[in-house]
Every structure is written in structure tokens, then in C-alpha cells.
Ligand binder design. Sequence first.
Ligand SMILES: [Cu+2]
Length: 180
Amino acid sequence: MLRIAARALAFAFILGAGAAAQAGELHVDDPWARASLGQVPNSAAYMILHNEGAEDDRLLRAEAEVAAAVELHTHVMEGDVARMRRVEAVELPAGESVALAPGGLHVMLIGLEAPLEAGETFPLTLVFERAGALEVTVEVRAAGRERQGHSHGHSHGHGDEDDDHDHGEGHGHGHSHGQQ
Ligand SMILES: [Cu+2]
């Protein structure tokens, strides 16, 4: 029943402006995921976690039905190459905000059941050490939309002018994602 209530709540967030969710002192802003590219079966979800409490917390894991496995990852530089590495937990110090963002910490979605298409949403459950489980609604966004990805000047050349969703930002689609 709790799960159903959470889904109803998540639905309400879809209707509202900007998805946000709260569990105790834990506040989650703007959860989104990158649309999957072609046949690549993986993607990643990002968000901002605010620990507004007086106690430290930790994000222990995440669960999503859209993927066969969900892991917490970060990026580490090995020479000039950014590689993903699994982390045991994401530390959330009291009173601080932690961003999961392209090029850094992320929720890795491995083995997608179906491609993630821009505009879709899906539920993601975050499990915190203190705050417990919190379901958020993740919005899928086009791969080129984030501003923090690597910029290699890729040109997709597939009719940006006809695409209302893509404001000519056909670059910077975090090449390292979902390919390993
Ligand atoms: Cu990853």
C-alpha cells in the first residue's frame, strides 16, 4: 500500500512544476535520466540530494523496474580518460547538498528493459540509511541537453531543425556513458 501511495504522489509531481520529493529531512530535486542512445542498453539518472537535517545520511542504493540492475557510480579520471566506478554509498553530510550529475556521481541503469525516450518518466526508489526509502519520478531527457557533458563537437546530423525538443545542441552527449 505504501508503494501505491508513493506512486500516486509521484504522479502528482508529474502534474506539478518540477519534480521534487521529500523523505524526512532528505529532499530530492530534479531527478532526470539521459535518453538511451540507439541500442545501448544502459543509461544513468541524476538529481540533487539535499540533506536538510542535523544528522549525516547516506544513499545506500537505488531500485528501478526499468533496468535489470541499478548501481551507484562515480567517474574517476585515469589519465585523460573518465571511467565509471561503482561506489558503496553516496555520503550526504548534514546540511549539505550533493549533486549527481553528468561526469560525476550517478545512478547507473544497467540492462534497460526498453529504450528510455525523452519525455517519458519512470519511478526510481532511493534507499537512504536514515531517511529510508523514497520514490522519485525521473524525467527522461534528450542526451544532448545537459550542459556538463563532454563537448567533442559531435554532429548527429539527423535533422535538428525538425526536432522541437533539440535546440540545436547536438553535442556533448557524455560519450563514456552506457558503453562499458
Ligand atoms: Cu555509471
